[in-house]
Design a protein around this ligand. Structure first.
Ligand SMILES: C[S@@+](CC[C@H](N)C(=O)[O-])C[C@H]1O[C@@H](n2cnc3c(N)ncnc32)[C@H](O)[C@@H]1O
Length: 231
């Protein structure tokens, strides 16, 4: 049985991050978005975001993750907390092809760097490829065909990963995005040292803030819905 006081190696690898905390904070701030919703999380990792959504009154919980450990860990957490959930192992939209959801959440890897393991995390935890958009773009491209009529998404979006490009992708699908809130996240040195250099150079002083050896970056919580339906 899952025991939160004794995290297994898999639970430690999947420990929630500041990104997860910011996403949870935004979801908890507006529970009306969640109550009664059929919910999907792409990249559900530890399962904690699905647990939050279950606690806020979602009527069904579905998760997808590419890692076997995430599926097992998420299933154990949700079962122990008394939530029914289906969690699928697979790539992004494939396990939910043809299905639609009222609320889709995601905190996918989108740090611009090569695929490397950092701080005991698998590379699939935070690396988004050279431009950081390897998973973000297919996520955005697939949203409209998985939304119900009033469907919306809440996702994490690093400030240094071209927010305007995301806006343009969504516009092509009849969707609009707005930034719900922006928080500062700490970027460890081992991560900033691996960031794609052109992005680091362009973003230092804009969305990346350095104080001696300490580096922070703007991270947005973004809401996405059909254009003209905000509110
Ligand atoms: C930053 S973690 C967030 C996890 C979760 N929100 C949490 O806090 O525990 C990103 C997750 O996305 C998963 N992931 C990466 N690439 C994926 C893909 N192509 N399809 C589905 N999940 C993916 C990773 O395995 C990881 O669990």
């Amino acid at each position: 049985m899952f025991d939160a006081r004794k995290p297994s190696p898999a639970v430690a690898t999947l420990r929630p991050s500041e990104y997860t905390a910011a996403l949870v904070h935004a979801l908890r701030a507006e529970p009306s978005r969640v109550r009664g919703a059929r919910v999907l999380e792409i990249g559900c990792g530890s399962g904690v975001v699905l647990a939050v959504l279950g606690g806020l009154g979602a009527v069904s919980l579905c998760g997808v993750d590419i890692e076997d450990d995430a599926v097992a860990t998420g299933q154990a957490l949700l079962r122990d907390l008394g939530h029914e959930a289906e969690i699928h192992r697979g790539d992004m939209w494939l396990p939910v092809a043809g299905r639609r959801f009222d609320l889709i959440v995601a905190n996918l890897p989108h740090f611009p760097m090569d695929h490397l393991e950092i701080s005991g995390r698998l590379s699939t935890w935070s690396s988004g490829g050279i431009d950081g958009r390897e998973f973000l773009d297919p996520l955005l491209e697939g949203l409209s065909e998985h939304f119900t009529a009033n469907g919306r998404a809440i996702i994490t979006h690093n400030g240094f990963v071209d927010v305007e490009r995301s806006r343009r992708i969504l516009e092509r699908h009849g969707l609009a995005m707005h930034i719900v809130r922006t928080v500062l996240v700490h970027i460890p040195n081992e991560k900033i040292d691996r960031m794609t250099s052109t992005i680091l150079q362009a973003e230092e002083g804009r969305s990346i803030h350095r104080y001696g050896p300490h580096v922070f970056a703007d991270m947005h919580i973004v809401e996405i819905a059909a254009a003209g339906t905000r509110g």
